[in-house]
Design a protein around this ligand. Sequence first.
Ligand code: 13P
Ligand code: SF4
Length: 304
Amino acid sequence: MKNNMKEMIDEIKRMKQQKNAVIVAHNYQIDEVQDIADVVGDSFTLSQYCASTDADVVVFCGVHFMAESAKILSPEKTVLLPEIDAGCPMADMITAEALIEEKKKHPNAAVVCYINTSAEVKAECDICCTSSNAIRVIESIPNDEIIFAPDLNLGGYVAKHFPNKTFHIWQGYCITHHRVVKDDVVKAKQAHPDALLLAHPECRQEVIDMADFVGSTSKIIEYAKNDPHDKFIIATEMGILHKLKNDSPHKTFYLLTPKFICPNMKKTKLESVYNALKFDRYQIELDEDIINRARKSLEAMLSV
Ligand code: 13P
Ligand code: SF4
């Protein structure tokens, strides 16, 4: 490790202690950022952690909707997003106004929003979900009709588990997962015939249909660790390989395709974390009314 890198890490640790801060990182973050974090996890683990920590400051290494969710769950804390333009194109595929119009079309439907949505959209929904609990969340809803937004792939995957419910699925998608197609899977399976395929539910149905296991990023890591197989093809964003290899050093992981890269998740560098703590930037600020309404749907999810 270069000296200046070591100095930066030491300084991050010092400022963290001085400000009573925690650093949380999503499983897609770059290796150096994951290594400096107090917690690395999927969207569900990180929101649970942010709701329970007694730190004064949360440095959220991920994308905008994740830092917003942390702020909604802990409005009294300072929540910092180190790179202000680290957004999620899928979350931008639905607005609160568009969801209000959709609700008018289906007045008897319960509204389930993937956590990959803005605070304003969360304020319009009944309950949130992540890719790790979506099925349990739908199970907890008595309504026969569900509006599911915004991911068409996660929505389609979940709807298959509930043939007796009617789903109105928003047609948003993750650009990183949606560009991977069946042909990519066929090629990867030909190259590694004895490897299991582990896929994220943001993948297209045709990819999910060929998977041995489907789950959130943390569920994929857990599965690979506990399963007796020693070779896995990974169908989600490449950042996950760091924790997969750390947790299961004797196993082999093949990224299904180099297309699995989320540019927004790659914006946060070690220097971004350093600057976030040094300059208290970029603070997430939300309207109080939005926080109160959005918190109900996140807390409903956490209580399932
Ligand atoms: P999870 O980490 O919850 O599986 O979500 C992946 C994701 O879409 C992050 O943007
Ligand atoms: Fe959004 Fe997809 Fe990137 Fe996750 S991987 S932050 S869903 S664009």
